[in-house]
Design a protein around this ligand. Structure first.
Ligand code: SF4
Length: 322
């Protein structure tokens, strides 16, 4: 059984506008299904606003799903509440893009870690302090960091503290939401290496959200591409990069020469991403797709397995190998 099974997940936000403050819904995540194995890293890519972060936040219940199931070891935790939810929370944690924003500036690092440890364990203060020191050492910081304040650390060090905090509950699954986007390139590599070490040692599964395809390709076993709240392609990293089947994936890859070793011509997509408040009918990508045909305007393509382990949501995926 897969560690995580996500089925038909939907996340939506109410938006009130117009004279009568009519309520409409922005469908940030629309009918997304996938599985994640133990010790696997699934990269999640797509333009900003495509629903990557909403999906990640829903998986750790920082957003309430509007519909669908999120099963961890077979147990649907999308509807759990109270003590049961807290028990499950230990197993799924999140690392944020801006660790400074997620650290309380009025708490020392020791106090911030103790907050999490006290919430999820029954151990005494001294034992928790020793555990906090070990967590900091594990992420490459000395125990002296316990007495220091968030503003005394660099961006990379703060991300290490964010990782230590996520590890405090020994999670089996971590959502890393753009964890290196705000860091210098040299620091990015160190943080990616640290996450890989953690996975090797603990068997942790990661959903790694990023817009930098080069980083995602490096760290991920498989990659899922999202467009307007929907998963449009999912495959092993090397397969997806070498043989993208969805025209949107092909365009994303062609824009990153470092990733596109085949040196394909850059595909420039016409127009902008449509508003998720009013997604186009049929295939949501059809207004920008050079391969669109008549049926694309009316019929929504399902994410379908077109080759072993390679899923694509395009009516003509079998014909569109690039
Ligand atoms: Fe393009 Fe049609 Fe495929 Fe959508 S279904 S990606 S519009 S060819």
């Amino acid at each position: 059984m897969a560690l995580l099974e996500v089925e038909h997940l939907k996340v939506r936000y109410p938006v009130r506008s117009g004279w009568f403050r009519r309520c409409r819904y922005l469908h940030a995540v629309n009918d997304v299904s996938f599985q994640l194995e133990r010790g696997e890293t699934l990269g999640l890519v797509g333009e900003s606003g495509c629903g990557k972060s909403s999906l990640g936040r829903a998986l750790v219940r920082l957003e309430e799903p509007a519909a669908g199931a999120i099963r961890l070891d077979g147990c649907d935790w999308s509807t759990l509440k109270g003590r049961e939810l807290r028990r499950f929370r230990r197993r799924a944690q999140m690392i944020f893009q801006d660790p400074y924003g997620s650290l309380n500036p009025r708490l020392t690092i020791g106090a911030a870690l103790d907050e999490v440890l006290a919430l999820h364990s029954k151990t005494g203060r001294e034992e928790r302090r020793e555990r906090a020191a070990r967590l900091l050492e594990r992420v490459g910081l000395g125990a002296d960091a316990l007495e220091r304040w968030p503003h005394q650390f660099s961006g990379g060090q703060r991300q290490r503290i964010g990782i230590a905090r996520a590890l405090a509950t020994s999670p089996e699954f971590i959502v890393a939401d753009e964890p290196v986007s705000a860091l210098d390139v040299s620091v990015q590599a160190a943080i990616v290496n640290l996450l890989e070490d953690i996975q090797r040692e603990d068997g942790t599964a990661f959903l790694f959200i990023a817009h930098d395809l080069a980083v995602v390709e490096h760290i991920s076993h498989r990659i899922m591409v999202m467009y307007l709240g929907r998963a449009v392609e999912l495959a092993e990293s090397s397969t997806l990069i070498a043989h993208p089947l969805h025209p949107y994936t092909a365009a994303l890859i062609s824009a990153v020469p470092a990733v596109d070793a085949a040196g394909r011509r850059r595909i420039v997509l016409p127009g902008d991403v449509p508003s998720p408040l009013a997604p186009p009918p049929g295939c949501p990508f059809h207004p920008r797709c050079s391969r669109a045909r008549e049926c694309c305007r009316t019929k929504l393509p399902e994410l379908t397995e077109v080759a072993p382990g390679h899923f694509c949501a395009c009516h003509f995926a079998g014909e569109t190998g690039t």
